[in-house]
Write a protein that binds this ligand. Structure first.
Ligand code: ADP
Ligand code: MG
Length: 625
């Protein structure tokens, strides 16, 4: 709640709206306690007194009634009617929408055609017709305004429910034997509630205006009862001679509607989960960079990460997801990055091309050098040129990275044509060749498939083909085989292996599986809590792990044909990234830890290519090398 208010007030206009609206509510709540005159007491001798006259701070109207008292009473009534209408419309409309969206089929059809019929009438005419049928009066105006707004909620909520009702968690609830009512109340309602709140906050102002409109026409509140609309209506004839009688209720309507709209916009932004995590702006096309320390000097590696720091600034918390990572990879080489989930592997990979979402992402130090050129400070256009052309990515979930509505051939051609001017026909020929390269049978006919017509393994191959489309120098593969079964995984790995041998491709292969590392990688870097804790040639690290964490990770891998063996899970959990210990981050989970481990930062030390960040390593890297 506090966090919500803080987000809300970060948006100045929304804050202004909130303060204004709170002041108006305070005004209508407090005024009955003040010694104001009766709002309906007429005094013909005091007609049309100007504002600031004795006893009447806002003056009087054409019947000599005190305007301040009438304003207080009228505002109270208008607010109450407007908010009540909004609540009624939201409740009925959302209920209709959820039921229609959840059940679908004929129920949906019947309900929504009814709603469509309501929507086919001009808004205000429908309200007028309802009031005409029910007779004038504030209560009937309320009913009319609520009824007119029901379709708006029903349409909105139905659309969202249809999307949600097909999702896995609803299926899971069904499979667990929940009834329709339970599913609607416990699975769907919590998910659409934010949308209902947002829709309401943006329509309350509108409904207050509509109620005022009906009263203005004499169909709402009946004399002598005051609401803002009827006050305006009564003041109309004296608009020129005594403008203050119109200006007073007019300004009040203006302030109410403006404040509610500003507040509604703010509420919408503050409830949007994508905006929740940072400042009130959408993520940019490249990661923000704010480096204070000097940038490390260039090297002649193909790709070098030099002391890279990537952080997430969420509210006042600073999550150090990548905390001083240095890595290099040479042409034709495969570097493995391994670590538990959440250790910062993906963020490291995304930082290379400035793909970490900003906000909240921020690169605070170090450099990423591609052929000596620093990509961290590079302008967006330079990054755009290199992305997918010189440095390509393969992601974990091929279904979410392929566009569901385009044929895979078109997507491959697009990947090529984003970087090179080639004719459509030529791009298509290239696409066929690429699909053959990744060993998709019947490449020519498969080109016209949609992603959903392919199996998981084929989609992942298409993902790899896309990464290969422009013959990149480096491929960064982020757990590309996690979603695949073992036979397909083996095929994909041997495919990548061939590619690097044939084309001299450099591969950065991210995984949490030592088995995969052993098959594919020349060197491996072990990550824990945003830091490299051990690095070395794959064989050396696997045979003689130096860091206790590496040893425990390897011990977690089951071995076939080794009989039954105790699988040693690592006790404890990785640390939270906004509160990293000064020393070794693994110390709390390490049985060899001694006080010195937690006292001070521990450097990554080693000789040659083998290095470890540990005071009491299992083997000395010098001996193992
Ligand atoms: P993995 O090693 O499993 O790939 P990641 O690199 O994805 O881990 O994540 C590293 C850490 O950064 C995690 O603790 C994660 O919670 C955090 N993180 C990732 N993306 C964001 C984000 N957009 N906002 C805040 N924290 C994030
Ligand atoms: Mg990841």
């Amino acid at each position: 709640m506090i966090a919500f208010l803080r987000r809300l007030f970060r948006n100045r206009l929304a804050g202004l709206g909130a303060v204004t609206f709170a002041a108006i509510v305070l005004f209508v709540v407090v005024t009955p306690l003040l010694p104001l005159p009766d709002p309906n007491a007429t005094a013909t001798a005091d007609r049309f007194m100007r504002p600031f006259s004795e006893g009447h701070p806002l003056g009087t109207d054409h019947l000599g009634r005190d305007l301040l008292a009438r304003l207080a009473a009228g505002t109270r009534l208008s607010l109450a009617v407007g908010v009540a209408a909004a609540l009624i419309a939201a409740t009925i409309g959302s209920a209709i929408g959820i039921v229609a969206g959840y059940f679908g089929g004929r129920i949906d059809n019947v309900i929504m055609r009814g709603v469509d019929m309501l929507m086919a009438f001009p808004y205000i005419l429908l309200a007028l017709a309802i009031v005409a049928a029910l007779g004038p009066g504030l209560m009937n105006a309320l009913i009319a305004v609520a009824a007119v707004n029901v379709p708006f909620f029903a349409r909105n909520i139905r659309g969202i429910t249809v999307g949600l009702a097909g999702r896995e968690f609803v299926d899971a609830a069904r499979l667990s034997g929940m009834g329709h009512t339970r599913i609607i109340l416990s699975e769907l309602l919590p998910n659409v509630l934010p949308v209902i709140v947002i829709a309401m906050s943006t329509t309350v102002g509108w409904m207050i205006l509509e109620t005022a409109g009906l009263s203005f026409l004499g169909l709402g509140s009946q004399p002598p009862q005051a609401d803002l609309g009827s006050m305006l209506g009564e003041a109309r004839s004296a608009l020129i001679t005594h403008p203050h009688t119109s200006v007073v209720p007019g300004l009040m309507i203006f302030f109410i509607v403006m404040s509610i709209n500003l507040l509604g916009d703010g509420v919408r932004d503050a409830l949007d989960p994508r905006l929740r995590s940072g400042a009130l702006s959408r993520p940019r096309a490249m990661t923000e960079v704010k480096r204070e320390d000097p940038v490390p000097a260039p090297t002649d590696d193909l790709l070098a990460l030099q002391d890279l720091h990537t952080q997430f600034h969420v509210g006042d918390r600073v999550l150090r997801a990548v905390d001083g990572v240095s890595l290099t990879v040479a042409p034709g080489e495969c570097l493995g990055i391994i670590g538990e989930s959440g250790s910062g592997k993906s963020v490291t990979a995304l930082s290379v091309m400035g793909l970490v979402a900003s906000p909240p992402g921020l690169i605070t130090g170090g450099a990423v050098r591609f052929r000596g050129e620093d990509l961290v400070g590079a302008p967006y256009e330079r990054l755009r040129q290199a992305r997918g052309d010189r440095v390509a990515y393969i992601f974990q979930d091929p279904l979410s990275t392929l566009h569901p509505l385009y044929r895979v051939g078109d997507q491959l051609a697009e990947a090529i044509r984003a970087h090179h001017k080639v004719a459509a026909k030529e791009a298509r020929a290239r696409a066929v060749a690429l699909l053959r390269d990744v060993r998709i049978p019947n490449a020519e006919s498969r080109l016209d498939d949609y992603p959903h017509e392919m199996s998981g393994g084929m989609r992942q191959r298409v993902g790899i083909a896309m990464a290969l489309a422009n013959e990149p120098d480096v491929i960064i593969a982020d757990e590309p085989t996690t979603a695949l079964d073992v036979t397909v995984q083996a095929q994909i790995l041997s495919l990548l292996d061939d590619l690097r041998r044939d084309r001299g491709l450099a591969i950065v292969f991210i995984t949490h599986d030592f088995g995969v590392v052993a098959q594919l990688c020349d060197r491996v870097a072990v990550m824990y809590a945003g830091r490299i804790v051990e690095e070395g040639p794959t064989g050396a690290v696997l045979n003689a792990p130096a860091h206790p964490y590496t040893r425990r990770l390897i011990a977690c891998v089951p071995e076939l044909g080794q009989g039954r063996r105790e699988l040693a899970a690592i006790p404890g959990l990785p640390p939270t990234l906004d509160d990293l210990p000064a020393g070794c981050a693994f110390a709390p989970r390490c049985e060899k830890a001694r006080p010195a481990c937690s006292a001070a930062p521990i450097p990554l030390e080693g000789s040659g290519r083998r290095a470890v960040r540990c005071l009491y390593p299992e083997t000395r890297p010098e001996e193992a090398a």
